[in-house]
Ligand binder design. Structure first.
Ligand SMILES: [Zn+2]
Length: 283
């Protein structure tokens, strides 16, 4: 926006002051031709800059509106009356769970689901490393189950889709082949389609759905379960994280419907995520 204003001003200054002041016999006629072009350029730059200001102002007003509306809608879902906090997020408003349930696993945003998965393997005594944010290349966690120093299993976490389909499993298989790792775990808070299960069973991929993860957690000792619960419900555990910036996203509305957008939108981050069923239910 600032650049467009500068370009407009530079075009205007050249047109009004620099071009008319030239006394060169060759440049004189050229200046006459360039004058209207310069004026048109400066007007176009100014118009684009004004349009951008109006557009960004509209988006800012929408964001404020969304934040102010969230507490009321969410309290309806959970039949709880709360005052409107300034920096609202879902998990601050709802009463946090005190024990493990399938609902809690399904409510977790993708980053929290990944963190929980890493913590689960660590509780099991397995060396587990999460890959860098936004750069997983199809791998979310690497497991080291022997002393070779090389990962023995790769893990992919999917907390967003209702059902993981055959396409996702094929992609994961491609990553396993590329990484030359024969063992893979695919973890989701929901479930898998029948053909996804078929492909997985034929290729040494262990599929873990929400029910299985709950069972796996409940098989741990009481202390481990509590540690995992504390990690899961710490902070805002339902609002998704931007995979690029690592900050919480914000609800936005477009003509195509509601979605999660990055708070750094004005700094150039265009990351967005679709609403889950629980997000629609809380709107
Ligand atoms: Zn972002």
């Amino acid at each position: 926006m600032g650049i467009r204003f500068c370009c407009g001003t530079v075009a205007l200054v050249i047109t009004l002051f620099i071009l008319p002041s030239t006394s060169n016999p060759l440049l004189g006629p050229l200046a006459k031709i360039l004058k209207p072009i310069g004026l048109i350029c400066s007007i176009v730059f100014y118009l684009i800059a004004i349009f951008k200001i109006i557009q960004q102002d509209k988006l800012k007003r929408e964001s404020v509106f969304e934040i102010r509306n969230e507490p009321t809608s969410f309290s309806n879902k959970f039949n709880t009356v709360h005052s409107k906090p300034q920096n609202f997020n879902h998990s601050q408003v709802i009463d946090k769970p005190t024990s493990w349930s399938l609902k809690l696993i399904k409510d977790l945003e993708w980053k929290k689901f990944e963190d929980l998965s890493v913590a689960y393997y660590l509780e099991k005594g397995i060396r587990a490393e999460a890959t860098a944010l936004g750069a997983d290349g199809g791998i979310d966690i690497k497991l080291y189950q022997d002393d070779s120093g090389k990962p023995t299993t790769i893990v992919q976490c999917k907390a967003w889709a209702d059902y993981v389909g055959v396409m996702q499993i094929r992609e994961f298989l491609g990553v396993m082949t590329h990484e030359k790792i024969a063992k893979g775990f695919y973890m989701t808070c929901h479930d898998y389609t029948p053909d996804a299960k078929q492909i997985a069973s034929a290729n040494k991929i262990t599929l873990i759905n929400g029910d299985m993860l709950l069972m796996m957690i409940k098989r741990l000792n009481a202390d481990s379960q509590q540690r995992l619960l504390a990690l899961a419900i710490e902070g805002d555990y339902t609002t998704p994280t931007c995979s690029r910036c690592g900050i919480k996203m914000i609800k936005r509305t477009s003509k195509k419907g509601d979605f999660w957008g990055c708070r750094n939108f004005f700094k150039g981050c265009k990351q967005r995520l679709s609403f889950r069923k629980i997000d629609h239910a809380s709107s």
